[in-house]
Design a protein around this ligand. Structure first.
Ligand SMILES: Nc1ncnc2c1ncn2[C@@H]1O[C@H](COP(=O)(O)OP(=O)(O)OP(=O)(O)O)[C@@H](O)[C@H]1O
Ligand SMILES: [Mg+2]
Length: 264
């Protein structure tokens, strides 16, 4: 393993084997390194295995072949070093917003008083102040997602694995959450692996964009997306537009190739 890699995925393949159905080859020989404190966005056609890769790094499924190391240690299960925001929000329906955020903190043994303070801080950060006692079924999709983000951020993990975390949010909230995430990352320098379908979001947030092929997912290309300028204004700069359009075309090409291959 190269030194400094927070996440090192080596030759990982994955098949789903649903009962009485044909196996699904989701990932094929995926190798990927994410440096310590690096922010990487993962882009690829729907169904190419992005969520699968995140689940494997999170330790939620056994690794079938290849290996995954986090800070040098082989992944064998979930751990508080990795915080995951799932694509389909995973709040406990029987707990309130506050209860959901507190759950993670109690799990890692944060004393009650401190846990309450920390939970409130992150609830405020995702603009859910006033909804502490609401249950998930009383919240909109975007609010549930923000509660899930608060729960993960409150644990303050070294590594954030985020699966389309802003996908369900309206444009304005999405913009606010993007800025909030960037500010957290700049302040605390976490390692972030961020899945999105939004090319502009990927190019704006990440230092590096990794593109995957259609299923079975392989790593297609990695593109440096650092710019001299910070802030949303960079999105109007020619070098930003050029990079986003290059990435967009690569992914579009991959999606078209898939459709053509399926039709033949
Ligand atoms: N539990 C499962 N059983 C069988 N097949 C599965 C299962 N979970 C995922 N798959 C299949 O594995 C492939 C990869 O799925 P995955 O959810 O990782 O893709 P993805 O890139 O995250 O897609 P999306 O962009 O739509 O979220 C897909 O073809 C999916 O249908
Ligand atoms: Mg997915």
């Amino acid at each position: 393993m190269a030194t400094g890699a927070a996440i090192a995925v080596e030759n990982v393949s994955h098949h789903y084997r649903p009962p009485k159905k044909r196996p699904v080859h989701a990932l094929d020989q995926v190798s990927l390194e994410v440096g310590d404190r690096e922010f990487v966005a993962l882009l690829g056609p729907s169904g190419c295995g992005k969520s699968t890769l995140l689940y494997l790094i999170g330790g939620f499924m056994p690794i079938e072949s290849g290996s995954i190391r986090v800070n040098g240690n082989l992944v064998t299960g979930p751990g508080p070093d990795r915080g995951v925001v799932f694509q389909h929000f995973a709040l406990f329906p029987w707990k309130t917003v506050l209860g959901n955020v507190l759950y993670g903190l109690e799990n890692i043994g944060v004393p009650r008083e401190e846990a309450r303070e920390r939970a409130q801080k992150y609830i405020d950060m995702v603009h859910l102040t006033g909804f502490e006692d609401a249950y998930p079924n009383q919240l909109s999709g975007g609010m549930k997602q923000r509660a899930a983000i608060a729960r993960t951020l409150a644990i303050d993990p070294d590594i954030l694995l985020m699966d389309e975390p802003f996908g369900a949010l309206d444009a304005q909230t999405r913009g606010l959450m993007q800025e909030e995430l960037l500010s957290i990352w700049q302040r605390t320098r976490k390692t972030v692996l961020f899945v999105t379908h939004d090319v502009r979001e990927a190019v704006y947030l990440a230092e590096r964009v990794v593109m995957m092929t259609a299923r079975p997912g392989r790593i297609m290309e990695s593109v440096d997306t650092r710019f001299d300028e910070a802030g949303p204004g960079v999105m109007d700069r020619p070098e930003f537009v050029e990079k986003a359009s290059y990435i967009w075309n690569r992914i579009k090409g991959e999606a078209i190739a898939t459709v053509a291959a399926r039709a033949s």
